[in-house]
Design a protein. Structure first.
Length: 253
């Protein structure tokens, strides 16, 4: 995976990304775009990206707004992260793309698949905390103390990727928690519009996905498969062999 960082300026933010085929001479396969979670940056995908490149795939890895080498922004609404990914796809002239998103990145890629279903060939969502559907539900994610696996995930992320943690715009934390606490019915209503074959990866203890809500997602998305792992929130990091052996065949060629 090349280390050259490119940047594209939109009206409200500058997005940094890496592209394994920046010169445009790669294969005719759909590119794979890998989207990281909150508090990280695109380097969380380096191991998986290298494997995809070895298989001949073009790989594009953005840093989300407020993360990594991308610019900070005045607003951090969940749909805006998805809009940035979609704008990047358009700027790069992509007509078909495989999208893989972890946690907050899951919101971004699922939003793209709802907004532009014909663009997305395959969709992989890893450990996306699922939002409320109505005000009658209890938000368990933000009303409990962090579990030991979650604390370990946060601490080990700081040790492994201090640059990402230091670059993270902490101003978005309050906005994220506010969005987790509020219903997001439009997201749920958009799920049936996803036409791409979809693979949802859920962690075990320490994960952040409500199994009951996940079942609702599975039945709402027309072609959705769920795989459960024994790891916590970061499957691609903590159970990489199992992650790769599941996702690589799904992405295919």
């Amino acid at each position: 995976m090349v280390e050259t960082v490119s940047r594209v300026a939109f009206d409200d933010v500058s997005i940094a990304y890496r592209d394994s085929d920046a010169a445009g001479h790669g294969s005719n396969d759909a590119p794979v775009m890998l989207v990281h979670g909150m508090g990280g940056d695109g380097h969380t995908w380096d191991r998986f990206a290298a494997e995809l490149v070895r298989q001949g795939r073009r790989v594009i890895i953005p840093d989300l707004r407020g993360h990594g080498r991308s610019g900070h922004a005045d607003s951090y609404r969940f749909p805006e992260f998805g809009a940035d990914v979609l704008r990047l796809c358009d700027r790069l002239g992509l007509v078909r793309v495989d999208l893989v998103g972890h946690s907050l990145g899951g919101y971004a890629v699922s939003w793209v698949a709802m907004e532009r279903p014909e663009l997305v060939r395959r969709l992989v969502i890893e450990e996306q905390p699922l939002p409320l559907r109505s005000g009658d539900e209890q938000m368990t994610l933000t009303r409990r103390l962090p579990s030991l696996p979650e604390l370990w995930h946060a601490t080990s992320s700081l040790v492994r990727h201090p640059r990402a943690v230091l670059a993270f715009d902490r101003a978005m934390t309050g906005t994220a928690l506010e969005q987790f606490r509020k219903p997001l019915p439009e997201w749920w209503e958009g799920l049936p519009g996803i036409t791409a074959p979809t693979l949802f990866l859920r962690g075990g203890p320490g994960g952040m996905v409500d199994p009951a809500k996940l079942e609702l997602l599975r039945t709402a998305v027309p072609e959705c498969t769920v795989r459960v792992f024994s790891s916590g929130h970061s499957i691609h990091r903590d159970r990489y062999p199992e992650f790769a052996s599941t996702v690589l065949p799904f992405l295919g060629h």
